[in-house]
Design a protein around this ligand. Structure first.
Ligand SMILES: [Zn+2]
Length: 237
């Protein structure tokens, strides 16, 4: 698989929506699931939290405490390519960025004592151009103040890998999101894409204390969809 003539491709790739948001997979096995009888478990005794429920999700961090300070690392899916199987060419690269929130806009660690781990999510950033720039370039140049050697898809992929290896920090704004997978439809040759979703914390049901309930009832199938959060923008540290 070869990169096409990059100067051509940067102008001719059709603008499409960002790849679908992928919520964090808590049980992802980065090293594969094959069992090896010579291996032993690292932790024999697990410390279960008697208060914890496996079926309720912690509320996303409040949007009002953004921009959050965040640590960026490469997610388990790493750097991949999106290919054109007919032309046998790489169309663009995609980096799975793990975004971990480490402090809120006041500089305090907003999560200490309220949850065991800092909130994190995965962001699929691509080298595809939108309005003359790309999400990978935005992270590198606008937020991390780094440079891209070669203005190509390959150059962007190599630059983001280099940058994430040092676990850089920046600030991020976030957005709550609930999307009904049952009622949303992927684009096909004959049908347009349909997103049945709710965006933005302020649109979720409000409690008496003005905070918002992190669950949305799908307006079509009435299923209760837990809210997740996604990165809207990356800002300098
Ligand atoms: Zn639905």
């Amino acid at each position: 698989m070869e990169y096409p003539d990059e100067s051509q491709v940067l102008q001719s790739i059709p603008v499409e929506d960002e790849p679908a948001y992928v919520p964090p997979a808590a049980n992802a096995a980065p090293n594969g699931g094959a069992s090896d009888p010579t291996l032993d478990f690292a932790d024999e005794t697990l410390e279960f939290d008697p208060e914890a429920s496996a079926f309720t999700r912690a509320a996303p961090p409040p949007e009002s405490l953004a921009p959050y300070r965040a640590k960026l690392t490469l997610g388990p899916k790493g750097l991949t390519t999106v290919n054109d199987p007919v032309a046998k060419k790489i169309l663009y690269t995609m980096a799975q960025v793990r975004v971990e929130l480490i402090a809120d806009k006041t500089g305090s660690d907003a999560f200490k004592g309220t949850r065991k781990d800092n909130p994190y999510t995965f962001d699929n950033a691509t080298s595809m151009l939108f309005g003359g720039t790309s999400r990978i370039r935005g992270i590198l140049v606008e937020a991390l103040k780094q440079t891209i050697g070669n203005p190509t898809h390959r150059g962007q992929g190599e630059a983001i890998l280099r940058a994430l290896a040092s676990e850089p920090q920046c600030r991020v704004t976030i957005r709550w999101k609930a999307r009904c997978e049952n009622c949303s439809v992927k684009k096909t040759a004959t049908t347009p894409k349909k997103d049945v979703q709710l965006l933005g914390e302020r649109n979720f049901p409000q409690k008496a204390d003005k905070s918002h309930i992190p669950v949305w009832q799908c307006k079509e199938c009435k299923a209760d969809i837990p809210a997740v959060w996604e990165v809207v923008a990356y800002l300098p540290a």
